[in-house]
Design a protein around this ligand. Structure first.
Ligand SMILES: Nc1ncnc2c1ncn2[C@@H]1O[C@H](COP(=O)(O)OP(=O)(O)O)[C@@H](O)[C@H]1O
Ligand SMILES: Nc1ccn([C@@H]2O[C@H](COP(=O)(O)OP(=O)(O)O)[C@@H](O)[C@H]2O)c(=O)n1
Length: 471
C-alpha cells in the first residue's frame, strides 16, 4: 500500500492508537506490516487539527497552480501540470511520467514565498539535504505558479523521483521536511487504477497529513518560460541597486557582504577615459589568461579582471551561498570592476578577463536545465547588457572543442571550480554556457576559435581589436 493511497484515518481510529512515541518506534522497524498506514497515522497524530482553515485554503490555492519540472532523463523539455478541473485538459498518465508506471511514487516539495534572501537560503539548504538524504533519487528543480500572476506567485522547489528499489524514500523525505515546519508544501504522485495520476497534498505542521487528493492534468508548455521569470527574480541582476539590495539584506548573517558593499564606488555615472576597453570571455581553460597577458604586453594595456582583486578574497564564501546571494556578489563585482576599468581607460587600453557576459551566461546556463533548445530565445531581455553598467568596446569569446579544453585543464593541473567539474561531467551544461555567451547582445561577443597555437590566437585577437577599436 502506498502512502498516496491511504485514505485519511478517522478520529476513532486515532483514539485506539497508542502514544506517538510507540508509533514512531514501529515506523522505524523495517518490514513492519502496515508500515505506511502507520506512517500516516503517526503524522496525523502529531499534526492535530489545529490548522484546518489554512489546510482548506492551501488546497484551494493548490488546485489552481501550475507546476513545472525542469527537463530530465524522461523529458527533454520542462513538463507542466496542474490539478484544477479544466474542462478540456487531458489527464496525465504514466506515459507522461514513465517512472510511475511500476507503482512508484514521486514527490513535489514547494517553498512558500517569503523574504527573498531567507527563501533562497532555505531552497539551497533543503536541496542539499535532499541530495544527501536521498542520494539515489533524482532531485529536479520545480517551480509552481498561478497562471494569472506568474512573477508574483512563483514558488521554487523540487521534484523528487526515488528509485523503485528505495521503498523508504518517502519516510526519509518526510524526516527531512519535518525539520522545516513552516512554509513547505509536500505533494506525492502515484498511478491510479485507470492509469491516471493522482496528486495528494500533505499538510506539514509538526507532522504530515493528507489533506486533498486530485487528478493530475497536463498543461501545454506556455509561450513565455516561467523558468526565465524565475531566474530574473532570483539570480539575474540588471542594476547595481538591485544586487546591492540583496547583499544589504544578507549582511546581518554574512558580514563579508558589508565589505563588498563598502567597495562599491558611490559616484555614478563613471567618468570613462578615451582608451578602448576589451573583454575576453570563454569557458575555463579556453586560453583567456594566456591571451589577456599577451594582449597586455602587446598593447601596453592595463589588465583587470572581474571579480576584482579587492573583493576576490570573499569569493569562496559567496560561491557557497544560494544562487541569489552568489550572483548578487558577481554582479556587484562587475560594477566595482567597472570603476577600476573607467579609471584605467584614462591612461591606456584596458584588457578585462571575464566581465558581465560571464555572470549572465553562467547564471542562465545553471538555472535553465536541459539542452540548448530550452534556453530563452535569441534577443530575449536576459541577453541584454544592464543599462547602468560600463559598456566595453569589444568582447571576444574564445571557443575550443570539449576534448581540447579538457586536455588543457588536465595539463594545467590546477584546481577546478565546482562548476568546471560539472562542465566536464555535463557537456550539455557547457553547451548552454557557450550558447548563452553567443546570444548576448549590445555588445555581442566576437568569436575566435582558440584551438590553434597561442601565437595564432593572439594575431587573430589583435586583428579584431584593430578593426573594431581605435588603436
Ligand atoms: N592556444 C593555445 N594552445 C594550446 N594551449 C593553450 C593555448 N592557450 C592556452 N593554452 C594552455 O591551456 C591552459 C589553459 O589556459 P588559460 O589561459 O589558463 O585558460 P583560462 O584563463 O581561460 O582558464 C594553460 O595551460 C595554457 O598554457
Ligand atoms: N564576472 C564574473 C566572473 C566569474 N563568474 C563566475 O565565476 C566562474 C568562473 O570562475 P573561474 O575561477 O573558473 O574563472 P577563471 O579561472 O576562468 O578566471 C563562472 O562559473 C561564473 O559563475 C561570474 O559569474 N562573473
Amino acid at each position: 500500500m502506498d502512502l498516496a493511497f491511504v485514505s485519511s484515518p478517522s478520529r476513532n481510529t486515532m483514539k485506539v492508537l497508542a502514544s506517538v512515541g510507540a508509533l514512531s518506534q514501529m515506523l522505524l522497524t523495517p518490514g513492519c506490516r502496515g508500515h505506511k498506514l502507520l506512517l500516516q497515522l503517526y503524522f496525523y497524530t502529531r499534526s492535530g487539527l489545529a490548522n484546518s482553515r489554512r489546510m482548506a485554503s492551501s488546497s484551494l490555492d493548490q488546485k489552481s497552480r501550475i507546476f513545472a519540472v525542469e527537463p530530465n532523463i524522461y523529458s527533454p523539455n520542462p513538463f507542466y501540470f496542474t490539478c484544477s478541473r479544466g474542462p478540456s485538459a487531458p489527464f496525465m498518465t504514466p506515459k507522461d511520467w514513465p517512472m510511475l508506471d511500476q507503482g512508484g511514487l514521486a514527490f513535489s516539495v514547494c517553498i512558500a514565498k517569503g523574504a527573498r534572501v531567507k527563501t533562497a537560503s532555505l531552497h539551497k539548504s533543503l536541496g542539499q539535504e535532499l541530495s544527501q538524504q536521498l542520494p539515489d533519487s533524482e532531485i529536479l528543480r520545480l517551480i509552481s505558479y498561478s497562471p494569472e500572476n506568474l512573477p508574483g506567485s512563483l514558488e521554487k522547489g523540487f521534484f523528487i523521483l526515488p528509485p523503485h528499489s528505495c521503498p523508504d524514500a518517502q519516510k526519509r523525505l518526510c524526516k527531512v521536511l519535518m525539520k522545516y515546519p513552516q512554509g513547505i508544501q509536500l505533494c506525492s504522485y502515484s498511478k491510479g487504477e485507470e492509469h491516471e495520476i493522482w496528486q495528494c497534498l500533505w499538510e506539514l505542521n509538526g507532522g504530515a497529513k493528507e489533506t486533498a487528493r486530485s487528478r493530475v492534468l497536463r498543461v501545454e508548455e506556455p509561450v513565455s518560460s516561467p523558468f526565465v521569470d524565475s531566474i530574473k527574480g532570483s539570480a539575474m541582476f540588471y542594476s547595481l541597486e538591485d544586487a546591492c539590495d540583496v547583499l544589504e539584506e544578507c549582511s546581518s548573517v554574512i558580514p563579508e557582504a558589508k565589505e563588498v558593499l563598502a567597495s562599491v564606488q558611490p559616484h555614478r555615472p563613471l567618468d570613462e577615459g578615451r582608451f578602448p576597453v576589451i573583454v575576453i570571455e570563454g569557458l575555463d581553460a579556453t586560453g583567456k589568461s594566456t591571451l589577456t597577458e599577451s594582449l597586455r604586453s602587446h598593447l601596453n594595456a592595463a589588465l583587470l579582471k572581474s571579480p576584482p582583486d579587492c573583493i576576490s578574497q570573499w569569493r569562496t564564501i559567496f560561491d557557497s551561498e544560494s544562487a541569489l546571494i552568489k550572483r548578487a556578489y558577481y554582479a556587484i563585482g562587475n560594477y566595482i570592476g567597472a570603476a577600476e576599468i573607467a579609471k584605467a581607460s584614462k591612461t591606456s587600453p584596458v584588457i578585462v578577463d571575464r566581465f558581465w557576459h560571464s555572470t549572465a551566461a553562467y547564471t542562465i546556463a545553471t538555472e535553465m536545465g536541459g539542452g540548448i533548445h530550452n534556453l530563452p530565445d535569441h534577443h530575449h531581455d536576459v541577453y541584454q547588457w544592464p543599462e547602468d553598467l560600463l559598456r566595453p568596446d569589444l568582447v571576444i569569446l574564445l571557443t575550443v572543442s570539449d576534448e581540447e579544453r579538457i586536455h588543457r585543464i588536465r595539463k594545467r593541473g590546477l584546481q577546478e571550480t565546482k562548476e568546471e567539474r560539472e562542465l566536464e561531467a555535463n557537456s550539455m551544461f557547457r553547451q548552454r554556457v557557450e550558447e548563452a555567451y553567443k546570444r548576448m547582445e549590445n555588445p555581442a561577443c566576437l568569436i575566435i576559435d582558440a584551438s590553434p597555437p597561442m601565437a595564432v590566437v593572439l594575431q587573430e585577437a589583435l586583428a579584431l581589436i584593430k578593426k573594431h577599436c581605435d588603436i
